[in-house]
Design a protein around this ligand. Structure first.
Ligand SMILES: NC(=O)c1ccc[n+]([C@@H]2O[C@H](COP(=O)([O-])OP(=O)(O)OC[C@H]3O[C@@H](n4cnc5c(N)ncnc54)[C@H](OP(=O)(O)O)[C@@H]3O)[C@@H](O)[C@H]2O)c1
Length: 314
C-alpha cells in the first residue's frame, strides 16, 4: 500500500485521512470482527460516538491489541462525540468521562459535539427526545476544559453550520480543529468546506460513499451515486472500484473520509486509495455530480420539533 496521507491538527496531532466509521456497528461480535480486520489492514483512525452504543466493544478490542503489544495508544487516532443528551453546559464532563470509561482510555484524540441541538437527559435507558435549553458558547468552554484536563487531545464540531462555527470561533480560546459533516460526491457542501479550510479546520466526511444500502435511507429519493454510470466508467479507467473513486475524490479535495464497511474486501478497498491520482478532467466531471440539498441524507428529524428550532443547522 502506498504511503498514507495525514492531516495535521493543532498540537502536532496527525489524523489519518481514511478512518473506520462504526456508526451502524452495534453488535459486539460484528464490531470485534470488523475492528480486528481493520486494524490488521492498517486502519489507525476510528470514528465512534457515545450515541452509537459501541464504545465499550471498541474499548475491549483496543485493550487486547495494546496488551498483546500489537498497537500502542499513540499509534491510533480515536474520535468520539458528545451525544445529544450531553449537549448542555452542565453535562459535557459527565459524558466525556462516560466515553473514556467505555473506551478504557485515558484520553481520546478528538472529541466532537455531535450536533448543534441538545436534548434533555433522563438517564441512559430513557430514550425520550425533548429539546433542552443550551448555550453553544458555554458548552464550548466546557469542551476546552476537557483539553486542559488531558481527557482529549483536541476538540471539534459535527453537523454545525457556518454561522454556528463563526460564533464559536469568535469567543474560543481553542478553535475547533475539525468539522465532521455529511459529504459525498453528490453532496459536496463547497461553501462550508471552503470556509473551514480557510480557517484551518480539518473537514471529515461522514457517509463518504453516500451510505449505499443503508437501511435507514431505504426511502432515499435520489439513487445512490456509487451506482452511477459516470463513477463506474471512471472506476474502470483507473482499474479501481466505484467506492475507491469516491474516496479518492474526497482526498484530492483535502477532505478526510470515514467509510464504514463490514466486509474484509471492502475494508481493504477503502484504505487502498493512496496509490493513484484522479486527473483534473475527471475531477471536473465528478464536481458536476453535486446535487446540493436534494442529496442530503442525514437530517436528525427523528428528534421532535428539531426542524423548527432556531439552531437547526440544515
Ligand atoms: N457525525 C454524524 O452525525 C454522523 C452521521 C452519520 C455517519 N457518521 C459516521 O460516518 C461513518 C460512515 O457513514 P455511513 O456508514 O453512513 O456511510 P458510508 O460509509 O458512506 O457507507 C456505508 C455503506 O457502504 C457500504 N460500503 C462500504 N464500502 C464500500 C465499497 N467500497 N463499495 C460499495 N459499498 C461499500 C457498506 O456496506 P458493507 O458494510 O456491506 O461493506 C455500508 O452499507 C459512520 O459509520 C459513522 O462513523 C457520522
Amino acid at each position: 500500500m502506498a504511503a498514507k496521507i495525514f492531516k495535521d491538527l493543532p498540537g502536532g496531532l496527525k489524523m489519518p485521512a481514511i478512518g473506520l466509521g462504526t456508526g451502524s456497528l452495534r453488535n459486539e461480535a460484528d464490531l470485534e470482527r470488523v475492528l480486528n480486520a481493520a486494524l490488521e489492514l492498517g486502519y489507525h483512525h476510528i470514528d465512534t460516538a457515545y450515541g452509537y452504543k459501541n464504545e465499550v466493544f471498541i474499548g475491549r478490542v483496543l485493550k487486547k491489541w495494546f496488551s498483546l503489544g500489537k498497537l500502542k495508544r499513540e499509534d491510533i487516532f480515536i474520535t468520539t462525540k458528545l451525544p445529544l443528551p450531553g449537549i448542555h453546559q452542565d453535562r459535557v464532563e459527565l459524558f466525556m468521562k462516560k466515553s473514556l470509561e467505555n473506551l478504557q482510555l485515558e484520553y481520546v484524540d478528538l472529541y466532537l459535539i455531535h450536533h448543534p441541538i441538545g436534548v434533555k437527559y433522563f438517564g441512559d435507558e430513557d430514550n425520550r427526545m425533548e429539546i433542552d435549553d443550551f448555550d453553544h458558547i458555554k458548552i464550548w468552554k466546557k469542551m476546552e476544559e476537557q483539553v486542559h484536563l488531558g481527557r482529549t487531545k483536541t476538540i471539534g464540531l459535527s453537523n454545525f453550520n457556518k454561522r454556528q462555527i463563526e460564533r464559536i470561533i469568535a469567543s474560543a480560546r481553542i478553535k475547533p480543529a475539525c468539522l465532521q459533516v455529511e459529504l459525498h460526491v453528490d453532496f459536496q457542501q463547497r461553501d462550508l468546506v471552503g470556509y473551514c479550510h480557510k480557517n484551518g479546520i480539518v473537514v471529515v466526511a461522514y457517509s463518504p460513499l453516500g451510505a449505499p444500502g443503508a437501511k435507514r435511507f431505504e426511502d432515499r429519493k435520489v439513487p445512490a451515486v456509487i451506482n452511477s454510470d459516470l463513477i463506474k466508467n471512471i472506476a474502470k479507467k483507473y482499474n479501481k472500484s466505484p467506492g475507491q473513486i469516491m474516496l479518492r475524490y474526497l482526498l484530492q479535495k483535502n477532505i478526510v473520509a470515514i467509510p464504514k464497511s463490514s466486509s474484509p474486501e471492502r475494508l481493504k478497498e477503502n484504505i487502498s486509495v493512496f496509490d493513484f491520482e484522479i486527473n483534473s478532467e475527471d475531477i471536473r466531471s465528478l464536481d458536476d455530480l453535486d446535487g446540493g440539498e436534494t442529496t442530503r441524507l442525514t437530517t436528525f428529524k427523528s428528534v421532535p420539533g428539531i426542524e423548527k428550532h432556531p439552531e437547526y443547522p440544515f
